[in-house]
Design a protein around this ligand. Structure first.
Ligand SMILES: Nc1ncnc2c1ncn2[C@@H]1O[C@H](COP(=O)(O)OP(=O)(O)OP(=O)(O)O)[C@@H](O)[C@H]1O
Length: 284
């Protein structure tokens, strides 16, 4: 069976020809989670934007991007719009990247459904509200009528997850979706996302600078640095037998955090609550 997403020799250059992502190849297998792990500026977001057909103007891309064996390189803008939302759901870091500030949440969810599915607005409203309850939002009727700025950070992140999963896409791309949240809310949202992805049997590309999050979520981890994929493999292998010195450094940091010794992160992050959950899971 073809991989959910397959990237072959992806390179992205800026207008001066400087490589921002260099010859990166990886596969996201169906029903699995692949974490792209790397420090700021390593090329993770550009990689995800390339997969979504949303690279900023002025950047040059080469290589192949396949979605279930379909070559995405040759798609028109119109074809891309059909794929985003329906086949690939996206969860961004900040609500303002996905949610319109002056349209109520319920209408945004309904409009997304109506632009892809032949259903009535009444049916779309019912399904949207059901999805909001699936992400454990309380008082869904109230959330449907609310604007994004009236909700907390954690609630907005749940709404974005609802929006990304609404059309049951085969693939979800989540780019640092919780790094703007406090650690407790982060743990709740990550565990919700993990649970839904498994329950709905989706494939997820999760982008993070946080090795604790990658260890918690990933089946496979790809480590990026300065635009290069320096190492990739099963999460167990990467975390247990890292080959590259940079990955070893990240793993030492992870061990210190799991043992509660703190220590400076090579790429500064503090997922204490998620780490506590992971530790709990490991010790059960
Ligand atoms: N539109 C652009 N034009 C030129 N260079 C860019 C553009 N967007 C990103 N870059 C550069 O490409 C490199 C990779 O950026 P990218 O956003 O993919 O990194 P990242 O790993 O996602 O980091 P972060 O976690 O900080 O977002 C960086 O050096 C960045 O400055």
């Amino acid at each position: 069976m073809a991989a959910a997403v397959e990237i072959k020799n992806l390179s992205i250059r800026n207008a001066n020809g400087r490589p921002l992502v260099h010859n990166s190849s990886f596969s996201l297998e169906s029903g699995k989670t692949y974490c792209l792990l790397g420090e700021s500026g390593s090329g993770k977001t550009l990689t995800s934007k390339a997969i979504l057909g949303m690279l900023p103007e002025g950047l040059q891309m080469s290589g192949d991007i396949m979605l279930h064996g379909k070559d995405l390189n040759r798609l028109s803008k119109r074809e891309w719009r059909k794929i985003r939302g329906k086949q690939v759901g996206v969860i961004f870091q900040h609500p303002e990247q996905a949610l319109h500030p002056s349209i109520p949440i319920g209408r945004q969810l309904c409009d997304l459904m109506l632009s892809h599915l032949p259903i009535s607005r009444y049916e779309a409203e019912k399904q949207a509200e059901k999805m909001l309850s699936q992400v454990f939002l309380k008082d869904t009727a109230h959330v449907m009528k609310s604007y994004s700025h009236e909700l907390s950070g954690g609630m907005n992140q749940r709404v974005m997850i609802a929006m990304a999963l609404l059309l049951r896409p085969e693939v979800v791309i989540a780019d640092e979706p919780t790094s703007a949240l406090d650690v407790t809310t982060q743990a709740e949202v990550i565990s919700l996302l993990h649970h839904l992805i498994l329950e709905l049997n989706m494939s997820m590309l999760f982008i993070t600078h946080d090795i604790l999050l990658a260890g918690y979520l990933a089946d496979t981890i790809g480590v990026m640095r300065d635009g290069e994929m320096i190492e990739q493999g099963s999460a167990a292998r990467i975390l247990g037998q890292p080959e590259h010195e940079y990955t070893r450094q990240l793993c030492r940091y992870r061990s210190q955090r799991l043992l509660g010794k703190g220590g400076a992160s090579p790429n500064a992050s503090s997922s204490t609550a998620v780490q506590r959950n992971e530790w709990k899971a490991n010790s059960e």
